[in-house]
Design a protein around this ligand. Structure first.
Ligand code: OOG
Ligand code: MG
Length: 277
């Protein structure tokens, strides 16, 4: 794709998000991963031109559960910004999103530069926290190719961080995702590439390969340990990572009068339909 076509793809994704009107998979002709990252860079630049500030780096498809759910089997990476931050315990208005989902994650806070290589990636880590990521594909039905989800900044929409604490052994910690106190997903940090530190090492490698500098103060999301579930309005979601603690937020009950998608084509739709409309 030439420069103009890449920019056009970024504009289409940006407008899809701003207008809550998803694109159809296959509509852009985007197939190359290198083109997809160029589109992502251009898409993120549009957000920064509107005043957003980069806060971190996220990995996607680091667990088999996510790969299975989305039918994509390659590690991907994207950017998170200050506008995407959801304060823990707050009431979050998801009204601007198309069909949000939420997933439990582990977050790293860098205390120094994270560099690729043989060194211990933990040396760059100041603190760790349980996290929730809100994803919202700008593709209809959350259906996309590898290149499309990369271009779409890996469906990034929001993230919520629990309290930072000094690093603990992250190898095999239980991960629970609850909605209104009901358990909807359960897993282990071992699902994240075998160990979340492998995700951190991968982030170092991928960032360096893309020319992204991961420095002190940067947040790195290691990728969801379980499948994502639809994020309905008027609910409380909570993630618990054993030994790390919990993080949660509520969604406001109404979204600017826009009807809420109550069921999505996932294996979780039966659960959301239990919620009275
Ligand atoms: C892409 C985002 C993947 C993760 O943690 O695996 C991701 C998607 O599922 O739409 O954030
Ligand atoms: Mg994620």
């Amino acid at each position: 794709m030439n420069e103009a076509q890449l920019k056009e793809c970024a504009a289409a994704l940006d407008e899809a998000a701003l207008n809550r009107r998803p694109l159809r998979s296959g509509s852009s002709g985007l197939t190359e991963v290198s083109d997809a990252y160029a589109v992502q860079t251009s898409l993120v630049a549009r957000r920064m031109a509107r005043g957003e500030r980069l806060t971190g780096f996220k990995l996607g498809f680091t667990s088999a559960a996510k790969m299975r759910q989305m039918g994509v089997h390659d590690l991907i990476h994207g950017r998170i910004t200050d506008r995407m931050r959801i304060a823990a315990g707050s009431a979050y208005d998801a009204g601007a999103l198309i069909h949000p989902r939420v997933e439990p994650e582990v977050a790293f806070l860098l205390g120094g530069p994270l560099l690729p290589g043989d060194g211990d990636p933990l040396a760059a880590v100041a603190a760790v926290a349980p996290a929730l990521e809100v994803i919202d594909s700008r593709y209809d039905g959350f259906t996309f190719s590898l290149a499309e989800v990369i271009a779409d900044n890996t469906s990034a929409a929001g993230y919520c961080l629990g309290s930072w604490r000094s690093p603990v052994e992250l190898g095999n910690l239980g991960v629970l995702l609850e909605v209104d106190g009901r358990l909807v997903e359960a897993g282990s940090t071992a699902a994240i590439l075998g160990h979340p530190l492998r995700a951190l090492a991968a982030a170092a490698r991928l960032a360096a390969a893309t020319g992204v500098v991961l420095d002190a103060g940067t947040v790195v999301l290691a990728g969801a340990a379980t499948a994502a579930v639809p994020l309905a309005d008027g609910v409380h979601v909570r993630a618990t990572v054993a030994g790390l603690g919990t993080v949660g937020f509520s969604t406001v009950a109404t979204r600017h009068g826009v009807p809420t998608p109550r069921s999505l084509p996932t294996r979780h739709s039966a659960r959301t339909e239990e919620t009275p409309a």
